[in-house]
Design a protein around this ligand. Structure first.
Ligand code: 7PJ
Length: 278
């Protein structure tokens, strides 16, 4: 698959490292320190095997406050420029805002990762004009209120149908099918039961015929199930990542790159050694 001028073979599952550049994600004040810390964290994730760095300046946690477009640009553009200048890993921009998409792609991003699946004003055309690949994620409701009694007829079918419609909207806007990824959006307007029903039924989303990206890392579907705080969810996250790989996920969006890359190698060994069987 092509991400602007970079190409990645997705027949091997890939790891996307999460780089949050929200003020609370680094424990210091100044912009320059924040920039240095972000580049350092990206560098470490790349050394640990990240094939993508997902840069995000808007918190989409339940209840998080909205961020202005100027503030979001101030947070993410310098970081994208710095990473793009130093590494040739694919940079992904986690945003829903058209202007942030455009500026991020000009600064070096090759993938637009939108939890709102390009439904905000101008987003479809900004994404189309950027020439970058896109990741369309399912979310029911809006981040502030999405966890207030989410409901589905059949969570797998409803998510699949939503993604199918968004793929068609992208194609209608001039985004080629081979530039589209989809994501069921674990934790975005879903109960614990919905999240596990979706994980179990993940293979059905392969019927959309575009590569599948998933984000399960440290989410509340792990924390709530196990009664673990954020810093104690690694084992649960790796178990969920492994299940998703076995059900066909091609890209895993994670905090713990090194450990997830190990899980990818273990799962990939199943098919790698198959042809030696006689
Ligand atoms: C996701 C995301 C996800 C995609 C976030 C968190 C919340 N983008 N951005 N998929 N989650 N594509 O990381 O806990 O699941 S922010």
């Amino acid at each position: 698959m092509k991400f602007k001028n970079k190409e990645l073979d997705l027949s091997i599952p890939r790891v996307m490292g999460i780089l949050n550049v929200t003020p609370d994600s680094f424990s210091d004040g100044g912009r320059f320190d924040t920039l240095e810390a972000a580049v350092e964290q990206a560098s470490e994730m790349i050394n640990h095997g990240a094939d993508f760095i997902d840069v995000g300046g808007e918190s989409t946690r339940p209840g998080a406050a909205a961020v202005s477009v100027e503030e979001e640009l101030d947070r993410v553009i310098p970081v994208i420029e710095a990473i793009s200048a130093r590494f040739d890993t694919v940079i992904s921009i986690d945003t829903s805002k058209a202007l942030v998409m455009t500026e991020a792609c000009n600064a070096g991003a090759g993938l637009i990762n939108d939890v709102r699946a390009l439904r905000e004003d101008g987003a479809l055309s900004a994404a189309s004009q950027s020439g970058s690949a896109v990741c369309l994620m399912h979310m029911q409701g809006q981040p502030r209120t999405m966890q207030n009694s989410p409901t589905y007829q059949n969570v797998i079918k409803d998510v699949s149908s939503f993604l199918e419609h968004r793929i068609q909207s992208c194609i209608d806007a001039g985004i080629e099918r081979n530039k589209i990824l989809v994501d069921p959006g674990f934790g975005f307007g879903k109960t614990l039961a919905h999240n596990y029903q979706l994980l179990d039924g993940l293979a059905e989303l392969q019927n959309l015929h575009v590569p599948l990206l998933v984000g399960l890392s440290r989410k509340s579907m792990i924390g709530k199930l196990l009664d673990r705080e954020l810093d104690a969810r690694l084992a649960g996250s790796i178990a969920a990542a492994t299940i998703s790989l076995m059900k066909g996920a091609r890209i895993l969006r994670v905090h713990d790159v090194q450990q997830t890359a190990d899980a990818v190698k273990v799962v990939s060994a199943l098919s790698a050694f198959k042809d030696q069987l006689n």
